[in-house]
Design a protein around this ligand. Structure first.
Ligand SMILES: [Zn+2]
Length: 443
């Protein structure tokens, strides 16, 4: 339908048409381009996330999906504020900083204090409270890019746990090296959580070059001071929601196939790779499956809300649909670069099914991984609740953490050729599992 609009408006939008004429004419690209253009950043609980739900309902209905609806829930949200930081001594430098989700606010005039350097989260954990109390803690780490993105688990702890650890030791604020693998001046946001007993304190991330600077100054052994203004703050009871849609199966008594992505995004970029791409991929694949003829099993699409602040959409979906049987779950939430590996969580009895899927994916250059697929944040609560089988289509994460949660997460970073490979991989899997008549079981 965008093409019809484009035709009607073409004489008035010569330049726009010239640009968009080069765009791929696939549903996946159109979802991705239109969601990031017409909505843009979709912070959990924000008016733009709500606008994205409305947009998604209209678009998914127009594309021919069935039972399209928005399912509301509320979240303990967080709203962004002013974010400014300066190294004030021993050398004055502006620092490129962003607040972490759930950061407590500084006063509007900011705070100043001694910045104390820790090479890692472990170093902070090992430090006596007296070394941290009343200071602003800086946490470094050494995340390196790799294909499977596995560095995010350990390095990401500096963001997920670091602020809570610093607070428990009496820090007045915390700054971390961005959880990322780039060397741009863009800081990476992301959620942190304060444990029970650790008061929320202001928490921010500086860009990699700024972290390098702090590390060099720290190595000189001179005391550092920093001025910090981060006025983003938690806000309870914000409205959020999931968008759910279906390709109905021929046999509604068979447990459904659940496929997930998340509609919300961090607000620094336009959420193109995280995770408009995932929603674009699963939806295009579901529609191509439908175009091949009605599948045996229902395919249920979950465009989850508020993933970034704590997976609230996945929890809400699992609670709301606890009694709707599913057989197998899949999720796309790792950008749009090519799928290189398939992983399974399938029983020994389902080995022929896994073999069939792996064989269908081999022509796309996809290798077979271990039998320990885990799905992802949006489908995990349902996987746990209903003990579902899982298939993971692992994407190349080599550059994902250059862009993740930064202002650079924009449409131009998506390679249409790799996006299309994702859709074809998803279609190959759905074509098999959604037409499987026998039981599908994880063990
Ligand atoms: Zn994501």
């Amino acid at each position: 339908m965008r093409n019809l609009l484009r035709t009607a408006a073409c004489s008035a939008l010569v330049l726009a048409s010239a640009v968009s004429a080069q765009e791929p004419q696939t549903v996946s690209w159109e979802i991705l381009a239109d969601l990031t253009t017409e909505i843009g950043p979709r912070l959990p609980g924000s008016p733009r996330e709500a606008a994205a739900r409305d947009w998604a309902v209209v678009r998914l209905k127009a594309l021919g999906l069935a039972n399209v609806r928005s399912e509301a829930f509320t979240i303990p949200g967080w709203v962004r504020g002013v974010e400014v930081a300066q190294l004030t001594a021993p050398y004055p430098h502006k620092l490129h900083i962003t607040a972490l989700g759930n950061s407590a606010p500084t006063p509007a005039a900011g705070i100043s204090g001694e910045l104390i350097y820790f090479q890692s989260l472990a170093a902070l954990q090992a430090a006596p409270d007296s070394a941290v109390k009343g200071k602003i803690a800086f946490i470094d780490h050494a995340m390196k890019a790799n294909q499977d993105g596995s560095g995010y688990g350990p390095s990401g702890q500096a963001r997920r746990q670091g602020p809570s650890v610093a607070s428990a030791k009496g820090a007045v604020a915390v700054v971390i090296r961005s959880i990322g693998t780039d060397h741009n001046r863009d800081p990476h946001t992301g959620v942190t959580n304060f444990d029970r007993g650790a008061a929320a304190i202001p928490a921010g991330a500086v860009s990699a070059p700024d972290a390098d600077l702090i590390a060099r100054v720290a190595a000189k052994g001179k005391p550092m001071t920093v001025a910090l203004t981060l006025t983003g703050r938690p806000q309870a009871g914000l409205p959020s929601g999931n968008v759910v849609a279906e390709v109905p199966g021929r046999d509604p008594t068979l447990p459904a196939i659940l496929i997930g992505c998340h509609l919300d995004s961090w607000d620094l970029g336009t959420g193109a790779i995280d995770d408009a791409s995932g929603c674009a991929i699963i939806t295009d694949a579901a529609l191509r499956l439908k175009a091949q003829g009605q599948p045996l099993r229902t395919v249920r699409l979950l465009w989850a809300g508020s993933e970034e602040l704590g997976g609230f959409g996945g929890d809400a979906f699992a609670a709301a649909h606890a009694n709707v049987p599913h057989a197998l779950a899949m999720e796309s939430d790792f950008g749009a670069d090519r799928v290189w590996r398939v992983g399974f969580r399938l029983s020994e009895a389902n080995k022929p099914l896994a073999d069939k899927v792996a064989a269908a994916l081999a022509p796309l250059g996809i290798v077979r991984g271990a039998n320990r697929a885990n799905g992802g944040t949006d489908v995990e609560p349902m996987i746990e609740r209903q003990k579902l089988s899982v298939i993971d289509l692992d994407q190349d994460g080599s550059r994902y953490f250059d862009l993740h949660h930064t202002p650079d997460d924009t449409l131009d970073k998506v390679d249409p050729v790799q996006l299309e490979q994702n859709v074809q991989a998803w279609l190959a899997v759905l074509g098999i599992v959604a037409n499987e008549a026998g039981p599908i079981s994880p063990n």
